[in-house]
Ligand binder design. Sequence first.
Ligand SMILES: *[C@@H]1O[C@H](CO)[C@@H](O)[C@H](O)[C@H]1NC(C)=O
Ligand SMILES: *[C@@H]1O[C@H](CO)[C@@H](O)[C@H](O)[C@H]1NC(C)=O
Ligand SMILES: *[C@@H]1O[C@H](CO)[C@@H](O)[C@H](O)[C@H]1NC(C)=O
Ligand SMILES: *[C@@H]1O[C@H](CO)[C@@H](O)[C@H](O)[C@H]1NC(C)=O
Ligand SMILES: *[C@@H]1O[C@H](CO)[C@@H](O)[C@H](O)[C@H]1NC(C)=O
Ligand SMILES: *[C@@H]1O[C@H](CO)[C@@H](O)[C@H](O)[C@H]1NC(C)=O
Length: 323
Amino acid sequence: MLFLPLGVYTLLLHILVLPVHANSPKIFVTTALVNFDARIVQAWSGGGGERWTITNDSNYPFAGREFGAADRWSLKGTQTFGSGYPYGNVDNATIAGRPFPYGLWPLYWGNNITGSDEYGPALDGIRPGGQLVTIPLKAEDGIYNITEGEMYHIIGDRDSATFMMISLVTSCHVSPAWPSKFDPTSPNSTVKMENVIQYYRASSFALASPGYNNTFARTNTNTELTESIPIPDTIRYSEFHKCIDDVIINALAIMNWPPGNNVGDTVTLALAVVGCMLPVFIWIYRVIRFYWRKFKRERRAAKRRKAEMIASRKRSLMYELYP
Ligand SMILES: *[C@@H]1O[C@H](CO)[C@@H](O)[C@H](O)[C@H]1NC(C)=O
Ligand SMILES: *[C@@H]1O[C@H](CO)[C@@H](O)[C@H](O)[C@H]1NC(C)=O
Ligand SMILES: *[C@@H]1O[C@H](CO)[C@@H](O)[C@H](O)[C@H]1NC(C)=O
Ligand SMILES: *[C@@H]1O[C@H](CO)[C@@H](O)[C@H](O)[C@H]1NC(C)=O
Ligand SMILES: *[C@@H]1O[C@H](CO)[C@@H](O)[C@H](O)[C@H]1NC(C)=O
Ligand SMILES: *[C@@H]1O[C@H](CO)[C@@H](O)[C@H](O)[C@H]1NC(C)=O
């Protein structure tokens, strides 16, 4: 009966872990208004699974496009807008018409740069994760050896950026700051396209620094361009920058496996079922062993009785043979 507690524990674990998950950063991506189907974009998710297609049942603007299935390994792009697409980058000249490998839309820089107008503020109302925002990242005093004026900005949808901020404040000692609306077309915008030092998640999230000016960025028309102004050493070798980059790669919210395909849940459930069934198997095994032994005992006894009978008959015959 040693295995009974194991099964019960696994089941308990399965039940107890769910509320913890419910508290973890999640974005529900709804693409149809005729059912409750949604795919979940979640921080620390591994991504992967099957690609889905946006159905045309409610005139969603991107009906027919594929989304999901990309995994965390391919999260990082380059300094070029439109980079980092694990699939769907068939046309180097534009990001218009592309799928959403991580479930979120690419950034928008205004002026239809690289065909990005279709993801502009006109559709902010349905942008997964909310409208585009930017958050300044400054290190708390005395933690890192920060060079004068070293700071960064993250740019992305509201929910992804806010979740990211929670991780950055706890892991990289970033000074807490709330998002502000990202308006790339405003002359007052603090973050420019040429400041981006890294795109992530199919160009739907970016890290920028005012200390970097990539003059290739504005004039470029090729999303696969690898040419760029080198990142200055003060950023390249900065521990603060390294921490931010690592945390983004590990924690940035991406689309989960489709529902019902959660490997972790399936394994836990299978373990729980096996754990609970083991006592039954052991009981069945014992019952079979009991009857098998009983059968063997009885057969041995029968044999012995038969042998004795034959022996006694022989003895009686001998007696008759030799009177
Ligand atoms: C979606 O369906 C509507 C109405 O049936 C149609 O007008 C529209 O062209 C369709 N869009 C796509 C992308 O298939
Ligand atoms: C933006 O560029 C794409 C191609 O890159 C083009 O198809 C689209 O019509 C342009 N949109 C506007 C509003 O000019
Ligand atoms: C901090 O950085 C400066 C310039 O990069 C360097 O000269 C100095 O030695 C560093 N200090 C520490 C404690 O690492
Ligand atoms: C930019 O900032 C200036 C001064 O702070 C302000 O007068 C102006 O209205 C701002 N422009 C926009 C487009 O926000
Ligand atoms: C980058 O450099 C160009 C040309 O030197 C300049 O016009 C532009 O304002 C700079 N951008 C930033 C964000 O400093
Ligand atoms: C896309 O860009 C890459 C690198 O510049 C180039 O090798 C490739 O031929 C381009 N593909 C298309 C379809 O333009």
